[in-house]
Write a protein that binds this ligand. Structure first.
Ligand SMILES: Nc1ncnc2c1ncn2[C@@H]1O[C@H](COP(=O)(O)OP(=O)(O)OP(=O)(O)O)[C@@H](O)[C@H]1O
Length: 466
């Protein structure tokens, strides 16, 4: 069978977004993977989807699956990408049976996945489905992140009858809390993968939805075995902080975290340069500390809206208050001065050594947010549980979509029957190149998805319609 200028070798899988095909280029005889994504029927939304797909596909990094080309065949967008013959990390973990990975492999793989994910975050793009099944190995053992952007493509057009949720075993507590996805939610998911590499088990094992959600929302996981370095144990504790703001960013993990020292030799060269800059400030002497304090004294935190405008006018996606991104402005900050005044200037990651336990022990003046989470220590909301009861727990390792059309509202493959004729001109798409420009290294801020959807409300609506 022909797939554009490729011949089909086999269908290698069917994920939530469509089929993945292993193909061979007729000209070069090289193997590639083609991902089929259903295009929206609504013409006016088509352009958005193409734009988003091409934009996302153009990202280049040694630890991201390389994009080759995209073409359309009937109502399918076919994205042709590098074939990672080493398979995915989940397969690798399963092959191990009981034999643990050596520390060097764990650090090497983890460093590379952080580098790939940091590259995406630097461009203000969220992966939203990081899991060992979406992380691949090449034949020379290099890590490649795959499947990023599917969520953006899906959400880029309201013409799709789906709302994206994520893979339950890997989603961060804020997603269960129906809060917007943010860069630290990706950090949580990478924490799950790191834990899997260290123990060959998932950190949040459960026999019911309730137990899974409770464990995730408490950040309660069995400790790593003692033979692993303290830095990994410490890192995981931070990656599994229930409040996303307390989790380190990927930039911090790579440049100035206690674990950075262990990751250093495994990073691709471009990350090494950044990391070395970070390491130079890793241990401040008094003089450097004073310089930083003087610099920070001239700045203060202001909040700016990340929203340029809400695209979703239908009530299926509720417009929320604009997300906020923190930026430094030119005014003295009392908070910063106070923090610096009482901080030891020995280590730049001393701020991160928050020793709060993951279970909630909030003081009396806690915010509405954390009180909400405290209630979750006892029970996840009935509303959420009754929703999930309709899906078997065994599916919690798959990507969840809320599917408007199908009988099963929680998962629904988007794929269509195969199509033999796969020609057609390459779509001409104007790409917003500016969006791909990386931000500066020192802009280590949090950011959220731009059009958050109330997925719980969505699913409820669909159940009530069925
Ligand atoms: N670039 C690639 N190189 C090698 N194998 C790949 C590549 N991309 C995907 N695969 C494999 O193809 C199969 C299907 O992948 P796909 O991403 O479509 O869905 P999935 O990961 O199985 O499910 P989900 O939608 O829940 O993430 C998986 O076994 C995956 O390992």
């Amino acid at each position: 069978m022909e797939v554009g200028p490729y011949s089909l070798i086999k269908v290698i899988g069917e994920g939530s977004f469509g089929r993945a095909l292993l193909v061979r280029c007729k000209k070069s005889q090289e193997k590639y993977v083609v991902k089929e994504i259903q295009l929206p029927k609504n013409q006016s939304k088509l352009e958005n989807t193409r734009k988003e797909a091409v934009l996302l596909s153009r990202m280049k990094h040694p630890n991201i699956v390389t994009f080759r080309e995209a073409f359309e065949a009937d109502d399918l967008l076919c994205i042709v990408m590098e074939y990672c013959s080493g398979g995915d990390l989940l397969g690798k973990i399963r092959q191990q049976k009981a034999a643990q990975f050596c520390l060097d492999d764990i650090l090497k793989w983890f460093a590379q996945m952080c580098a790939g994910a940091k590259h995406i975050h630097d461009k203000r793009i969220l992966h939203r489905d990081l899991k060992s099944k979406n992380i691949f190995l090449t034949d020379n053992g290099t890590i490649k992140l795959g499947d990023f952007g599917s969520a953006c493509i899906l959400n880029s057009s309201k013409a799709y009858a789906h709302t994206y949720v994520g893979t339950p075993y890997y989603v961060a507590p804020e997603i269960w809390d129906n809060k917007p996805y943010n860069n630290k939610s990706d950090v949580w998911s990478l924490g799950c993968v790191l834990y899997e590499l260290c123990t060959l088990r998932h950190p949040f094992q459960a026999s019911s939805w309730k137990s899974l959600i409770l464990k995730v929302c408490r950040g309660a996981y069995p400790p790593l075995p003692n033979h692993l370095p303290y830095e990994l144990q410490y890192l995981l504790k931070q990656m599994f902080k229930t409040n996303p703001k307390d989790r380190p960013s990927l930039h911090t993990i790579i440049t100035s975290h206690r674990v950075s020292r262990l990751l250093r030799s495994h990073l691709p060269s471009q990350e090494m340069e950044t990391e070395q800059r970070g390491m130079r400030t890793g241990r401040w002497n008094r003089e450097e500390g004073k310089k930083v304090a003087d610099f920070l004294a001239k700045k203060t935190l202001i909040q700016t809206s990340t929203f340029e405008g809400m695209e979703f006018s239908e009530d299926r996606c509720e417009a929320k208050e604009p997300g906020h991104r923190k930026q430094w402005a030119d005014k003295p900050s009392d908070t910063v001065l106070q923090v610096l005044g009482s901080a030891s200037l020995l280590s730049s990651d001393s701020m991160a050594s928050n020793t709060q336990t993951p279970t909630c022990s909030a003081p009396d003046n806690v915010s509405e947010d954390s009180r909400q989470r405290r209630r979750w220590q006892r029970d996840p909301p009935e509303r959420l549980l009754s929703l999930l009861e309709k899906a078997p727990l065994s599916r919690a390792f798959s990507t969840f979509l809320i599917n408007r059309a199908g009988d099963d509202p929680l998962v629904g493959p988007l794929s269509q029957p195969p199509c033999d004729e796969a020609d057609g001109p390459e779509p001409e798409v104007a790409v917003d190149e500016e969006r791909l420009q990386p931000r500066s290294d020192d802009e280590d801020t949090d950011f959220e998805e731009e059009s958050p959807c109330d997925w719980i409300r969505e699913a409820e609506k669909m159940f009530s319609e069925h």
